[in-house]
Design a protein around this ligand. Structure first.
Ligand code: ATP
Ligand code: MG
Length: 231
C-alpha cells in the first residue's frame, strides 16, 4: 500500500502525464502515440472529429481500456509499476468521470448516487453525509435529493453525476461530452458548474467536447486527429 493523497498533489503540480500512448482495436490503430500533460487544477478541452479516439483516450486514462504501449503517470505514480490492487485504488480515489449519458444507478436516489463512490473508498458515514449534502447543495439539487434518476430532468441528472464525480475529491476529472445530451440552457448551467467546482475543488479537468462554446471554461484547447494530438 502507498499513501494516496488524491488532492494533496503528490504529483508535484502535475495531475496527469501521458507519454507515447498507443492503443489498437484488433488491427485498427486508434491512439498513435499520445503525449499529454495536465497540471494540477488545469482545465483542458479535447476536441476532434467523431471516431478520432477521444473517448478511447479517456478510457485508457481511467483504465476502462488497457493501453498497448506508453506510460500513464498520475499523482506522481507510473501506473504500469503498480500492483493491481493499488492501481484500482489509485484510480478509484484520484479520478472522477462524467459521461454524456449520466450513467446514474437507477435504483438509487440522487443523494445515494452521490454517496456511492464515497462508500466504495470507505469514507466514514458522518463525513460522507456532510459532503454529499454540501455537494448536492452546490449543484442546486437540495430539494431533489430524494428523487430517483427517472424523476429528474436531463440537466438535473447531469448535475447529480457531476456531484458524484467530485465526492471523493479526485485530482483529475474526466468529462466525455457532458453537455452532449442537454439543451443549451442546461448545458451552459452544467458547464458553469464544471468550471466553478473544478476551481473550488482544485481538480484538473479533461473535457471532451464538440462544442466550441464549451472551450470557454478551459485554459487551453487540444485537438485529436486520427489518434494523434495536435495543438
Ligand atoms: N471497444 C471497441 N472495439 C473496437 N473498436 C472500437 C472500440 N471502441 C472504439 N472503437 C473504435 O475506435 C475509434 C475511436 O473511437 P472513439 O469512441 O474513441 O472516438 P471518439 O473520438 O470518442 O468519437 P465520438 O466523437 O463520436 O464520440 C472508432 O473508429 C471506434 O469505432
Ligand atoms: Mg466519444
Amino acid at each position: 500500500m502507498f499513501p494516496i493523497a488524491s488532492n494533496e498533489d503528490p504529483g508535484n503540480g502535475i495531475a496527469l502525464n501521458l507519454s507515447s500512448i498507443t492503443k489498437s482495436f484488433g488491427e485498427v490503430p486508434v491512439l498513435r502515440g499520445v503525449d499529454l500533460e495536465l497540471k494540477s487544477g488545469e482545465r483542458v478541452a479535447l476536441m476532434g472529429p467523431s471516431g478520432s479516439g477521444k473517448s478511447t483516450l479517456l478510457n485508457c486514462i481511467c483504465g476502462i481500456e488497457p493501453v498497448d504501449s506508453g506510460e500513464v503517470r498520475m499523482a506522481g505514480r507510473l501506473l504500469g509499476d503498480l500492483k493491481v490492487g493499488d492501481l484500482e485504488r489509485l484510480r478509484r480515489e484520484s479520478i472522477g468521470y462524467v459521461f454524456q449519458s449520466f450513467h446514474l444507478l437507477p435504483t438509487l436516489t440522487a443523494f445515494e448516487n452521490v454517496e456511492f463512490p464515497a462508500q466504495l473508498i470507505g469514507m466514514a458515514k458522518e463525513e460522507r453525509i456532510e459532503k454529499v449534502k454540501r455537494l448536492i447543495e452546490s449543484v442546486g439539487l437540495t430539494d431533489r435529493s430524494t428523487h430517483l434518476p427517472d424523476a429528474l430532468s436531463g440537466g438535473e441528472r447531469q448535475r447529480v453525476a457531476l456531484a458524484r464525480a467530485l465526492i471523493h475529491r479526485p485530482a483529475l476529472l474526466l468529462a466525455d461530452e457532458p453537455t452532449g445530451s442537454l439543451d443549451t440552457e442546461n448545458g451552459n448551467q452544467v458547464l458553469k458548474l464544471l468550471k466553478t467546482l473544478s476551481i473550488e475543488h482544485g481538480v484538473a479537468l479533461l473535457l471532451v467536447t464538440h462544442d466550441h462554446a464549451s472551450t470557454d471554461i478551459c485554459d487551453r484547447v487540444i485537438s485529436m486527429r486520427d489518434g494523434s494530438l495536435i495543438s
